[in-house]
Design a protein around this ligand. Structure first.
Ligand code: SAH
Ligand code: SF4
Length: 388
């Protein structure tokens, strides 16, 4: 339907059991400029041909982008100087421009606000840990899933991001880490999580192409192993099943947040379309297909979903499928402004974990990195600027 974002969940956004919550400015904005990573090999050859460039130049460009992380024509020293500029403009248009960066955790966490071609704004968060460097990226401008405790959900969905826009967050972060812009000196970006703004399954095609190009070895991709990439979903069952069929060993995270339908209906509106049984069935099938433990995300909200009865029911529902297939990540809620949901008491968090452990379920409390700069999970809302 003209003017409606293509979410892939609710074509046209007008019909079906679930409708994206749309941002006021969702109306058609045109497509971002086509980027090298938005094209398949044939389209790249064709575009090169139009610039009078032979085929092998495409391989050189791939090498500049994925191996050297460069889009700067001055570095294309293997290119005839007359065509460097033109090639860079055609294949590597500026898709994301930094607006502001905020630093936390003594320089170990950096949140960047990016402006897109149409003035839309999105955020990504780079986090250094003792043994890895993780980038949390956005896949949509806003989100249409309407979870009431999530800052992004309050924005509604403006539009899907292109593969190029998603990948540029990764390239920029990889450069920043390599240049030592995070505390701790130069390093290598090792992990990517789709836990920023947006519902990845609502933008399946671009997300999948991004996953493939993040994981492919240079010069076809950034060479970050699929095993170190996590796709987090609110529980869009067809998306989970489709991803299982791709045969990519990417980690799946499912944002459950509640062990029963009565409670989850309230916390996660999408549950009315795909209930906890359908979501857990799909998650377990993903485990069987991928042989990778599924992460169950669970934001602990004081007095809402953090009591002993909730932990016991969660354990029962997970153990129903067998042992050792899921890893629960309870995370104290990062409260968003003006929300009635708030973080659990530490003793309730502890008890929640103890009950899961006693039931034989792997569970680790997730840290709330960057929460003081609104950079933690669920807090990304690009609020230093207008999404217009
Ligand atoms: N839309 C996807 C991915 C982005 S949200 C999803 O929902 O899975 C990334 C994670 O942050 C999800 O697990 C989400 O439930 C969680 N989250 C959202 N708001 C939060 C908040 N206020 N505090 C803690 N986690 C939150
Ligand atoms: Fe969207 Fe995920 Fe936030 Fe729900 S939790 S509104 S699905 S970003």
């Amino acid at each position: 339907m003209a003017g409606q974002p293509d979410s892939g969940i609710t074509p046209g956004g007008e019909h079906g059991g679930f409708r994206d919550v749309l941002a006021p400015g969702h109306a058609r904005r045109g497509k971002p400029p086509l980027h090298f990573t938005d094209m398949d090999d044939r389209a790249r050859q064709e575009a090169a041909g139009k610039l009078g460039l032979p085929r092998f130049r495409v391989s050189q460009l791939a090498n500049h982008y994925f191996s050297h992380l460069s889009i700067d024509p001055d570095t294309f020293s293997d290119f005839p100087s007359a065509s460097r500029q033109e090639a860079a403009e055609r294949f590597f248009p500026a898709l994301i421009t930094p607006v502001t960066s905020q630093v936390a955790d003594r320089g170990m966490t950096v949140k960047t606000l990016w402006k897109l071609f149409d003035g839309s704004q999105i955020e990504s968060v780079l986090m250094r840990y003792p043994k890895r460097v993780t980038l949390c990226i956005s896949s949509q401008v806003g989100c249409g899933m309407g979870c009431p405790f999530c800052a992004t959900g309050q924005l509604g969905l403006t539009r899907n991001m292109s593969t190029g826009e998603i990948l540029e967050q990764v390239r920029a972060a990889a450069v920043a880490v390599r240049q030592g812009r995070l505390a701790g000196g130069p390093g290598r970006l090792s992990n990517v999580v789709f836990m920023g703004m947006g519902e990845p399954m609502g933008n399946y095609r671009s997300v999948l192409s991004a996953v493939r190009q993040i994981s492919a070895l240079p010069p076809h991709g950034f060479g970050i192993s699929a095993r170190n990439i996590t796709v987090s979903t609110v529980g869009v069952v067809p998306g989970i099943r489709k991803l299982a069929g791709e045969g990519i060993p990417v980690r799946l995270a499912v944002s459950l947040h509640a062990p029963s339908d009565a409670l989850r209906d309230e916390l996660v509106p999408m549950n009315r379309r795909f209930d906890t049984e359908q979501v857990l069935d799909a998650a377990h099938d993903y485990y069987l297909a991928s042989k990778r433990r599924v992460s169950i995300e669970y934001a602990l909200m004081r007095g809402i979903n953090d009591q002993a009865e909730h932990a016991r029911l969660l354990a029962k529902r997970l153990n129903h499928y067998g042992d050792d297939w899921a890893h629960v990540n309870p995370i104290p809620l990062n409260p968003i402004e003006g929300s009635r949901w708030t973080a659990s008491e530490p003793e309730d968090e502890r008890r929640f974990l103890e009950i899961l452990h006693a039931a034989g379920i792997a569970a680790t409390l997730r840290d709330t990195r960057g929460s003081d700069i609104d950079g933690a999970c669920g807090q990304l809302a690009a609020k230093t600027g207008q999404v217009h």
